[in-house]
Design a protein around this ligand. Sequence first.
Ligand code: SN0
Length: 315
Amino acid sequence: MRNFTSVHDVQDLNALVQSARTCKIFDPLQMKKGKGKTLGLIFMNPSLRTRLSTQKAGINLGMDVMIMNFSGEGWALETKEGVVMDGDKAEHIIEAAGVLGEYCDIIGLRSFPGLKDREADYSEEILNSLIKYSGVPVISLESATRHPLQSLADMVTIEEFKKVNKPKVVMSWAPHPRALPQSVPNSFVEWASKMDYELIVTHPEGYELSESFMNGVQIEYDQNKAFEGADFVYVKNWSSFEEYGKVLTTDRDWMISARKLRNSRDAKVMHCLPVRRNVVIADDILDGSQSIVVEEAGNRVCAAQAVIQEILKSL
Ligand code: SN0
């Protein structure tokens, strides 16, 4: 594997999930794998889990890790090619990427969508320019359309907690006051549909995700019905794909609470975090035994480690 931007970069998904689980067992030899190599992590947007778990993964592999917050600290970046740069953007991605490639052996990039221009967001301009001009492997730390490190950690978490061979996994939309990316849900369906799960997506009408990610995954518009017999409920808000970037409803009735899950099979509740309490998920779930959101976040380290380890093999 050279780049890690989506599940399509993964040759053997089950082997990668297994490798992530193995990374949890401390092995002193792992510290040698990345010795003398530099991992650069570039953030255009805020981060807690992705930043620290990827840094920790790099440290566990013996790498040197450099982190830079571009928003605020870097030069304002131009990403369009062939433009006259006489505005407020001081540096072009072409040079910035080339320079990062001089300093780093692997680069991670977080770049959220603008949620205004669907075509621009879904073309993944910044991520693709970094791949094109850096000359080194690139890891997505959540791009405009996907969050593959999160999804890998999610698959590891389901594998760890599942009690039946083929669990019923329900991804549910939940209300949120702001317009959020489709990256996490896009990525989750893309990964979960490749696993041996009964996968169902539930959301209000108008929140259909792009068919290129859904690929025929079943939608159940009745959330209560979707939750019947569920083993896992994966909660996430996203803004509309069709009416791009719009918040169509904030209907509080879609919030996940203990009452909502009473017909599930004592479903474990997952969320990528940060989660707004009593808007997205109620306290009675987050403070109870059904929530596995912290364990899920813990798995971000072994997921990142398995990916970096795989890329190091190609260097
Ligand atoms: C991001 C998202 O993609 O939805 C990051 C998830 C890993 N979440 C947010 O931006 C939440 C912001 C908020 O105001 O609650």
